[in-house]
Design a protein around this ligand. Structure first.
Ligand code: SF4
Length: 318
């Protein structure tokens, strides 16, 4: 097959994909890291408002730091300990507070404002990133988030997972692709908020062409970022039951490396990749348990692209 190469960019011969680390280095003259926090919100797909049971893969408590345990530490305390850890480990200088656990726009405006303000009040915090569902953002909420863009670097992270409604039904997302597109459109209209989409590769019922269709479709929406991970089965989830019944399969490392590389080739080179793989080990993980660490899987993906003489966007022809 003849490959069509996009205009050359600095990362095409090095990382082979537009990493978030590079994106931050391009924008800031100091080291910026994200501090994940749990701000005490829940989710409309878990409390019965949208549906029951939540997404089949959802084990938010297991995978969100600070969402583990019975009580949530105050936001200021989470930021203080996050800063301390990231300073000692990575020499981080400034921080983006990432409202990670559950749906961080699921409350009334006053509650949202007070929690965002609490995070933005720290002098070392230069940015805000808010993880939520695409069906959980009213125009008022978007206006509130947009109001921080004059002083802070602002992201909203929408859980999408797949562009295919049949898959969204299969994993009990309780929203449609159209709702995602509508949320992205309304967010972009305001002008200041960067948008990141979360996508899972290897969802039940999806084949290679379904996943590549997701890469191509999100590429034309004008979003700025993407987070990818492989499907993993966590303990005490609906997905675990399906997995034990043989209804769901997970990927081996080699398969994920190949599919993630294909996905990157089909993704716009303008979209920064904030995550390339999920956790590969941990007490809550049922499958897959890979011998390779996250860093090794990322190296394998960049190695695969190098081997192909390829990079993010190589197959993404406008
Ligand atoms: S939207 Fe997020 S928090 Fe809510 S059920 Fe799904 S994965 Fe869990």
């Amino acid at each position: 097959m003849t490959r069509v190469y996009a205009v050359e960019r600095p990362w095409q011969r090095e990382e082979r994909y537009y990493s978030f680390g590079r994106y931050l280095r391009e924008r800031f003259q100091f080291k910026v890291h994200k501090i994940p926090i749990h701000a005490g919100f829940t989710c409309p797909n878990r409390d019965g408002y949208k549906g029951s049971g939540g997404c089949t893969f959802c084990a938010n408590e297991s995978f969100s730091p600070n969402a583990r345990g019975t009580s949530t530490p105050p936001i200021k305390e989470q930021i203080r300990s996050g800063k301390e850890f990231l300073r000692s480990r990575y020499d981080a200088e400034k921080f983006i507070v990432y409202f990670q656990a559950f749906s961080n726009t699921y409350a009334d405006i006053q509650t949202l404002k007070s929690r965002y303000d609490e995070a933005m009040g720290d002098e070392d915090v230069i940015g805000l990133s808010i993880g939520t569902r695409p069906d959980c953002v009213s125009d008022d909420v978007l206006e509130l988030i947009n109001s921080y863009t004059g002083t802070h670097h602002v992201w909203i992270e929408y859980g999408l997972q797949s562009i295919h409604d049949r898959t969204l039904r299969r994993i009990n997302r309780c929203h449609t692709y159209q709702e995602f597109e509508d949320a992205v459109y309304r967010t972009r209209t305001l002008g200041g908020i960067n948008v990141c989409a979360h996508v899972i590769l290897g969802l039940p019922g999806e084949d290679h062409s379904d996943m590549m269709a997701t890469a191509r479709k999100v590429s034309v929406l004008g979003i700025e970022g993407i987070k990818l991970h492989h499907l993993y089965v966590a303990r005490d989830t609906v997905l675990e039951k399906e997995y034990r019944l043989g209804k769901v399969k997970t990927m081996e490392t080699e398969e994920y490396v190949s599919i993630a590389s294909d996905f990157l080739e089909n993704l716009s080179p303008d979209i920064t990749v904030q995550r390339l793989v999920g956790d590969t080990r941990g007490d809550s993980l049922v499958s897959p348990i890979w011998p390779a660490s996250k860093a090794e899987v990322i190296r394998a993906i960049t190695g695969e692209l190098r081997c192909r003489g390829s990079f993010q966007g190589a197959q993404n022809v406008p």
